[in-house]
Write a protein that binds this ligand. Structure first.
Ligand SMILES: Cc1cc2nc3c(=O)[nH]c(=O)nc-3n(C[C@H](O)[C@H](O)[C@H](O)COP(=O)(O)OP(=O)(O)OC[C@H]3O[C@@H](n4cnc5c(N)ncnc54)[C@H](O)[C@@H]3O)c2cc1C
Length: 409
């Protein structure tokens, strides 16, 4: 099978690059081994913990950081493109590259964010919002949302908070089985009568709070669930992220995958790239686990396989390596240097990744492979946890590489 571009990895970076290339008229294939970091998505994309303005002096001092290679002058334009891609699949992202806002974590802390899905509770950088009181509502038996923690955190910020729990009787077997009471299963069950019951109970229980805050478990069953609850309770309904699997992330991944296919992209689902053939410094074909006898051929190849979490990087007793092409990895040989013993310190392994030139061509024995690109969490040099930059690097490196591929023609 022959394509203009083959993308390996169906997480955020692979999907954004696939959609952008397919929109430009390219014939694209995407090999997707399955779940990605999106399955734990908070509902917010992070750009940079200190805001976009602070990226400029940082990149001047750190030329090997992915953002320095993307060039911060592109951030505003790429923000518009990302918001547009999400808008076309029916997901509104709030926020801009001018200033971060704050989002809630599942335990109630506030964290800087760049773009947040509409419907999530957000706050200005100073921690303000346009309401004064909140009813935080949990669902009995659902263990991945902590109303008390969230209410305590919001109370400390001057909001009046009430904590309530509702008991849904229309969930059937799901309610009895605490192991199945996870966000994704619950979301699928939340439609029709169950939404009606939830809305009715909230309306009966809460006092005069202005806003109702619920766990982010809506969108896989009834897509208009929060609007229907709002209509019954007569108050604004917002959501907060949950621990464990993310309903929003599952929805985003499916919506972006559908959009890629709608644009003519080919998906090799539940398959994984197992190796490649390199001739005269170029990748000429990719092998996959499912297509034993056939190679996939393209002009360009994009590695969007993620970091350790996505298995784009693998660590063994011998070292850290990239398993598909075997390109150079930035990681010290000594395991002692991989991590800090203090859990709260920055962890060196977060910055491990594939070495690239300034156009994101991975290096093989120090030399760039001119028709291969690396994007997203696979890239070396960033610490997504400490720098709050995972989502931004995923989408911006994807768009930067698409620009490069389209320029080459
Ligand atoms: C648990 C978790 C939660 C996060 N939450 C957020 C958040 O809320 N906001 C934020 O901004 N950032 C978050 N991040 C940072 C995150 O890394 C980026 O936001 C981004 O989603 C990374 O996307 P990616 O496509 O580069 O990698 P991944 O999401 O890891 O996707 C890589 C994909 O490639 C596939 N793959 C790997 N090897 C192969 C192969 N050989 N063949 C085919 N497919 C393969 C994997 O199965 C996976 O689907 C989170 C990270 C983690 C680990």
């Amino acid at each position: 099978m022959r394509f203009d571009s083959i993308i390996i990895g169906g997480g955020l970076s692979g999907l954004i690059s696939g959609i952008a290339l397919a929109r430009g008229g390219s014939k694209v294939a995407l090999i997707s081994a399955g779940g990605s970091a999106l399955h734990f998505f908070s509902g917010s994309l992070e750009l940079w913990h200190e805001g976009a303005m602070a990226m400029v002096p940082f990149c001047e001092k750190h030329p090997s950081h992915p953002y320095a290679k993307i060039d911060t002058a592109r951030v505003e334009r790429y923000t518009t493109i990302v918001k547009d891609i999400f808008a076309r699949v029916g997901i509104t992202l709030q926020g801009s590259s001018e200033q971060n806002h704050l989002r809630l974590t599942p335990l109630g802390a506030l964290k800087p964010a760049w773009l947040t899905m509409e419907g999530y509770a957000t706050f200005s950088l100073g921690g303000e919002c346009d309401y004064h009181s909140v009813a935080v509502v949990g669902i009995e038996g659902y263990l991945d949302f902590y109303p008390e923690f969230i209410a305590e955190s919001l109370s400390n910020r001057g909001l009046e908070c009430g904590v309530y729990n509702v008991r849904l009787t229309t969930l059937g077997g799901l309610r009895e089985s605490s192991t199945e009471m996870r966000a994704v299963q619950l979301s699928r069950a939340l439609s029709g009568k169950t939404i009606e019951e939830l809305a009715r109970q909230i309306a009966e229980k809460i006092e005069d709070e202005e806003v109702v805050l619920l766990p982010a478990i809506f969108g896989l069953g009834d897509k208009d669930a929060t609007k229907r609850i709002e209509a019954v309770v007569g108050r604004r309904v917002l959501v907060a992220p949950t621990v464990s699997a993310s309903v929003a992330g599952v929805r985003v991944q499916k919506a972006l995958m559908d959009e890629f296919q709608r644009l003519g992209g080919t998906v090799l689902n539940n398959d994984s790239a197992t190796g490649c053939r390199i001739e005269e410094g170029k990748v000429v074909a990719i092998r996959t686990a499912n297509l034993e006898d056939e190679e996939l051929v393209a002009e360009n190849y994009i590695l969007a396989t993620g970091s350790f979490f996505g298995r784009g990087l693998v660590a063994t007793a011998e070292g850290v390596y990239e398993p598909v092409v075997g390109v150079d990895v930035v990681a010290p040989a000594s395991r002692e240097e991989w991590y800090s013993k203090d859990l709260l310190d920055a962890q060196p392994f977060e910055r491990f990744g594939v070495a690239t030139d300034n156009k994101f061509h991975p290096l093989l024995d120090g030399k760039p492979i001119e028709n291969l690109y690396a994007i997203g969490a696979l890239l070396a040099g960033a610490d997504a946890v400490k720098e709050g930059c995972g989502g931004g690097i995923a989408v911006m490196s994807a768009l930067r590489v698409v620009e490069e591929i389209e320029k080459r023609g």
